[in-house]
Ligand binder design. Structure first.
Ligand code: SOE
Length: 378
């Protein structure tokens, strides 16, 4: 076993559960330089946090995130809380010399993301690492897509078509949640789902979104909340056009109202020599078209070969991977960067760039039908 690194995770709901399994398993499948020790999990409710610690295998439970950050046996802080707490926890942890993995979107505002990025850059000079948890980068088919584009197999990228479709809000009577409160979540489908496809599109094409024209909608303005009703203060859906630094054009759509689509995170890229298409609901596949290939038509590549990204650590070809594996890959990449003394990606600066795109989408939607250019990108 390699040297241990104590992990402290704040938050233990959906993301906490999936991150827990990644920390528990990563060193059993990947040759990582550090072995995680699940030192402590943090949550506000003592009984529920204790229960989560027992269920997911954490040695201790803390009800105050500051106490968790301050623990001597915690060297890495994993932030799995709603966006309103990311900046405060990340900045305190980095100041205390703890490596930080932070769930997406990086923050609720550009200002918070800027402060987090400044703290991360200062901490990196002290050897303290930070990364944003854009887990879809670690889907083997998405990583393969990036490689195909980088190797020039698609030629010059002309179009990016990205959608992220869920349907869990389709029923207007489904109850209020923190995800629908602006002060908690920052934005709605835009930050939750749109952030993923912006990151994935930039990652796969190696190019940045430079401007957007957007529209947002909240279809159901209030929802049941306890004995009454509460106002939904975020978008239910976001649709936007984009330009990329490479010259490509993009279209993006993020919604929680696409009935029948449960987690359809889809990306299609068309280049001068070929195209590729991905759908998370068939996450082990990548469709590839090469214009100078022997036959016309898309090929369905089953991304389960040992030489495909991340796959060699797992099962024999054709034995499929799932959602949870993407988080194990993320943990492996982060531990490797920490062990190697390297800056991991996506960095907080990458998270800030996505945050700027989200803010530009909101600004454009607010102004209605204007092209809004994003500062800091070429
Ligand atoms: C909920 O909409 C959610 O869990 C997102 O928050 C995640 O980031 C996404 O991976 C799945 O859907």
């Amino acid at each position: 076993m390699t040297e241990e690194i104590g992990v402290g995770m704040v938050g233990h709901a959906f993301m906490g559960a999936v991150h827990s399994q990644a920390w528990r398993n990563v060193h059993r499948f990947f040759d990582v330089p550090l072995t995680p020790r699940l030192a402590a999990v943090g949550g506000r409710d003592a009984a529920r946090t204790k229960e989560a610690a027992a269920k997911y295998g954490w040695a201790a439970a803390e009800t105050d995130w500051r106490a968790l950050v301050d623990r001597d046996d915690v060297h890495l802080v994993d932030i799995c809380t709603p966006g309103d707490t990311h900046a405060e926890i990340a900045i305190a942890a980095l100041a205390a010399g703890k490596h930080v993995l932070c769930e997406k979107p990086l923050a609720n505002t550009v200002e918070e993301a800027e402060a987090m990025t400044a703290a991360a850059e200062e901490a990196a000079r002290r050897g303290v690492r930070s990364m944003v948890a854009f887990n879809y980068r670690r889907v083997p088919a998405i990583a393969l897509a990036r490689k195909l584009v980088a190797d020039g197999r698609l030629g010059d990228v002309r179009h990016v078509r990205a959608v992220y479709l869920q349907d869990w809000l389709s029923d207007p009577e489904s109850p209020m949640t923190w995800r629908l409160r602006r002060e908690k979540a920052g934005s709605g489908a835009l930050g939750d789902l749109g952030a993923h496809i912006v990151d994935a599109a930039q990652f796969v094409t190696g190019s940045l979104v430079t401007g957007v024209s957007a529209t947002l909608e909240t279809f159901v303005p209030e929802r049941p909340d306890g004995d009454g009703r509460a106002a939904v203060t975020v978008d239910d859906a976001a649709v936007f056009l984009a330009r990329f630094s490479s010259g490509a054009l993009g279209t993006f759509e993020a919604t929680r109202y696409a009935l029948g689509r449960k987690n359809a995170m889809r990306l299609e890229v068309n280049g001068s020599r070929g195209s590729l298409a991905f759908d998370f609901e068939s996450m082990n596949e990548l469709s590839v078209f090469e214009a100078d290939g022997p036959e016309a038509g898309f090929r369905r590549v089953l991304v389960t070969e040992p030489d495909h990204p991340y796959v060699g650590a797992w099962w024999p070809p054709g034995h499929l991977l799932g959602y949870e594996h993407t988080f194990t890959h993320e943990a492996a990449d982060f531990l490797t960067a920490i062990g190697d003394g390297a800056d991991p990606a996506p960095s907080f600066a990458d998270g800030l760039r996505v945050q700027r795109v989200l803010a530009a989408v909101e600004e454009s939607a607010e102004r209605q039908s204007t092209w809004t250019t994003i500062g800091g990108t070429r």
